[in-house]
Design a protein around this ligand. Structure first.
Ligand SMILES: [Cu+2]
Length: 253
């Protein structure tokens, strides 16, 4: 009876770990795709880890006083089984990861709005330089620095270029990461699903000012975004409008 109590405790522990590791609602479609994959893999990895560790503990305990160890005998059926099981797990991991990689938000260069999965896109040109960021909204002819404002629930396509060396746009909370090369345009895409303020970093060591190469991403409701864009267009260079964007996030409508 003691054994069944231990088994039930272990099952409870496993369930608890799964619940603990389950991410909260994601802030973007990219983040959701990555979190879902992590969760799927966790459900495979956790039972396997428990199985391996329990087998190890059992073997150590069961054979602790074995003064007459004998060589392992061949067992083709067992060997075929564990090889096939390992193969099946690797295929599952590969297929799951492939579908996330093929997602147009994760691999934007492999998809276009014409594919039907994407709606109307807001285009934003991102320039990385030693050591800062410039964000240009071509539709409104607005340029900002150190603050990237995005509309919520809209597809956004980033056209990324570098003025000098290799940089990398990295917004962990939005699941966004894309290298930026001089003399070459790369793409990134997202759809933010929650208003808020997120950190943007350069994720490629790009010189002595690399650690300062940060910006803030502000996600606003569509109407607030439109108002912000109109503000910026009316008074380009007016730093106060950036503060307004942050204030809107602090007190979302
Ligand atoms: Cu950089």
């Amino acid at each position: 009876m003691r054994r069944s109590r231990w088994v039930s405790r272990l099952v409870l522990l496993a369930v608890g770990l799964c619940l603990f590791a389950s991410p909260a609602a994601a802030q973007s479609v990219n983040r959701a795709a990555i979190d879902d994959l992590n969760e799927q893999l966790l459900y495979v990895a956790l039972p396997l880890t428990l199985f391996v560790e329990l087998t190890l503990v059992y073997a150590v305990y069961r054979f602790r006083n074995n003064d007459d160890p004998r060589p392992t005998v061949d067992d083709p059926a067992l060997e075929i089984t564990w090889t096939a099981a390992t193969g099946a797990i690797l295929v599952f991991v590969g297929v799951s990861a492939f579908f996330v990689l093929a997602n147009p938000y994760i691999s934007p260069a492999a998809a276009s709005p014409a594919d039907g999965e994407l709606g109307d896109e807001t285009e934003i040109e991102v320039l990385g330089y030693q050591w800062g960021w410039e964000f240009h909204y071509p539709e409104a002819n607005v340029t900002t620095q150190e603050r990237l404002v995005l509309p919520r629930d809209r597809d956004v396509l980033f056209r990324l270029t570098s003025a000098d060396v290799i940089h990398s746009l990295y917004v962990p909370k939005l699941g966004l990461k894309q290298d930026i090369f001089p003399g070459q345009e790369t793409l990134a895409r997202t759809r933010a699903t929650r208003t808020g303020s997120y950190r943007l970093y350069c994720a490629e060591l790009c010189g002595s000012g690399h650690s300062r190469m940060q910006a803030t991403v502000v996600v606003l409701n569509q109407s607030e975004y439109d108002a912000w864009l109109a503000d910026r267009r009316a008074g380009d260079g007016n730093a106060d409008t950036d503060a307004n964007a942050t204030a809107r996030v602090a007190a979302p409508a």
